[in-house]
Design a protein around this ligand. Structure first.
Ligand code: ADP
Ligand code: MG
Length: 578
């Protein structure tokens, strides 16, 4: 609850005015039964007792007080509408700010943290959880202030009307509030579980949709359906349980309130008989009783909503509180532009090493080729160069400096890449290539020509303005790769990383693009399955199962690395067009 209140820290003034307007509105609501009691007790008897000489009653005072009631009701509606509008605005402002903070934080998270939390969970924290937070903050202001005030105000007025009748509340209110508190605690437990299970469910759905082809090819549909059904059932069961807990609350509260009503009527009837309690006061009292009852029911609803908001805010805070600062270390330098010194790395603390004792050096403007079977650790080397993980052993240098002593900004700007999983966005070709940067069309076209992409783009009637389908699904694999390489070159970083990014290109185009890239004077690292893609690079690393089994120039490797020679013989012997 306090966590939710802390969101208003920067909006105290808005909250203050909303509260004041809400309270004025509530006061006008509370005053209505009092006016009614006054009309019944004083105004009507007055009118009845004072007929004019013709025996007619002057009902003007009744109309007057009746109008006052109508006016109060109007004021109540008016103030509520104003306050609710302010409340919605405040909640929107707060949630927008929180969502931005969360988004920025997610963008700056280390890959390791993203792996741990998982992408679906981050997405749902950004969407579902911010939505729950919005609803809670809104409810807190709209109903929270009103119900609390009606509840307290109602009991105060009742105490003045008749303290004996009010005793019923003094006994029952603590019991009800305790009940609401306990059920909310249970609710929070359930909501946390439901949200976390929901994340897993989304993850499975995502995996299944994106892996649909593989799943079909391997006839794994039944297995995957089972996995989905199991999770779905778990979420379903949790939701049923939590709704049992929550729906238990209302009948219990209603039961207690009905009991209270009976007691009030009994005591009231007794008091009218025995003491000087008049019917008008009892009627007013019962009106207040209804107001208080409604406020209790709405407080219980508010708590259900607040439990969700609380759970969501904890989930959002978990991400916001992740530390991204790094220990600062003394800068260390290398004479090579990029260097790995005895680098060993495992993605998981106690897992198998993805790469073992990797060593290599390249100078500025040189090129490095990495070749090896899938899973041999090629992309892992690239991940470390791009600074995605920093818990390796050994030393990694980029831009002649230990990567751990570079600022995150420098690391981020040092390289541009075409990765295996890279996608194009559902925007125009130009937007896909330049993002927000200021790059002229001439420059774009030059790069597109160098990546052999200009020809197919100029065939679109709208050229660079052509809108690409989501994920680039309306382009061929080779066309996509050509655009992605152009996009990476246009980023003008010092290091260009191409991870298997020419697999869909024919040998000739691949060779032409590699030759053209040279003119951009960028230190290039090319990961490929084909010898022809790496053989002309300054240095080549041959990877096998995380181990560097060969390192050097093409000529040297042909002599020293029999696996390299074998790949060369097989590929170049087979392919006459190589
Ligand atoms: P390559 O690019 O040569 O195909 P990778 O460098 O991607 O190989 O993978 C090397 C090893 O590290 C593989 O065993 C792979 O399963 C593992 N691996 C890759 N990425 C991750 C990750 N994010 N988390 C855990 N293990 C990973
Ligand atoms: Mg890879």
């Amino acid at each position: 609850m306090f966590i939710l209140l802390s969101y208003f820290k920067n909006y105290k003034l808005r909250l203050f005015f909303t509260t004041i307007i809400k309270i004025i509105g509530t006061l006008t609501e509370l005053v209505i039964p009092l006016i009614l009691a006054y009309i019944l007790k004083t105004v009507i008897p007055d009118v009845m007792n004072n007929p004019d000489i013709n025996g007619n009653y002057n009902i003007t005072p009744v109309i007057l007080y009746g109008s006052l009631m109508v006016l109060s009701a109007l004021m109540f509606v008016l103030f509520n509408v104003i306050a609710n509008r302010m409340a919605s605005k405040t909640s929107t402002l707060i949630v927008e700010c929180e969502r931005n903070k969360l988004y920025k934080k997610i963008m700056s998270l280390k890959l390791k943290d993203i792996d741990d939390i998982t992408i679906p969970s981050l997405v749902s924290r950004l969407s579902t959880d911010t939505y729950h937070l919005y609803n809670s903050l809104n409810t807190l202001q709209r109903l929270g202030i009103r119900s609390t005030f009606l509840f307290i105000g109602g009991i105060i007025v009742c105490s003045f009307l008749n303290i004996k009748l009010t005793l019923v509340f003094y006994v029952l209110a603590p019991i009800i509030l305790l009940l609401i508190f306990i059920i909310s605690k249970i609710g929070i437990k359930f909501f946390t579980k439901i949200q976390n299970k929901g994340d897993s469910l989304v993850r499975v759905v995502r995996e299944n949709i994106s892996g649909a082809r593989v799943i079909k090819a391997l006839s794994k549909e039944d297995y995957e359906r089972g996995r989905y059904n199991k999770l779905n059932k778990e979420v379903f069961d949790l939701e049923i349980k939590s709704s049992y807990a929550m729906t238990l609350l209302n009948p219990i509260i209603n039961y207690i309130l009905n009991l209270a009503m009976c007691s009030v009527l009994l005591i009231g009837a007794y008091e009218i008989n025995k003491t000087n309690l008049d019917v008008a006061t009892l009627i007013a009292f019962i009106s207040y009783f209804t107001i208080i009852s409604n406020s209790i029911v709405s407080i219980s609803r508010i708590f259900e909503q607040l439990s969700k908001g609380y759970t969501s805010s904890i989930r959002m805070r978990y991400v916001l509180d992740i530390k991204i600062e790094r220990e600062t270390i003394e800068p260390k330098y290398s004479d090579a532009f990029i260097e790995f010194k005895n680098v060993t790395f495992s993605y998981n603390k106690n897992g198998e090493n993805a790469i073992n004792d990797i060593n290599f050096k390249i100078n500025k403007g040189e090129t490095l080729g990495i070749i090896g079977s899938t899973g041999s650790g090629k992309s892992t080397i690239l991940n470390l160069i791009m600074g995605f993980y920093d818990y390796y052993s050994g030393e990694v240098y980029i831009l002649n400096q230990d990567i751990k002593s570079l600022s995150l900004k420098d690391i981020a700007e040092s390289s541009s890449s075409v990765l295996q999983s890279d996608i194009l966005f559902n925007q125009s070709i130009r937007e896909n290539l330049v993002f927000d940067r200021d790059i002229s069309d001439d420059e774009i076209i030059e790069v597109l020509k160098d990546t052999d992409a200009y020809e197919f783009i100029s065939r679109f009637p709208d050229g660079l303005n052509h809108i690409i389908a989501s994920k680039g699904n309306d382009l061929s694999g080779g066309q996509k790769q050509r655009l992605l390489i152009a996009r990476a070159i246009l980023q003008k970083s010092k290091i260009l990383i191409l991870d298997d990014s020419s697999s869909a290109l024919d040998y000739k185009t691949d060779a032409i693009i590699r030759k053209n890239i040279k003119k951009y004077d960028v230190t290039t690292i090319i990961v490929a399955q084909r010898v022809s893609s790496v053989m002309n690079q300054s240095k080549i690393i041959v990877m096998d199962d995380g181990i560097e089994i060969g390192y050097g120039t093409h000529e040297k490797l042909l002599e020293t690395c029999k696996e390299y020679k074998l790949i060369y013989d097989v590929q170049m012997g087979d392919d006459s067009n190589g």
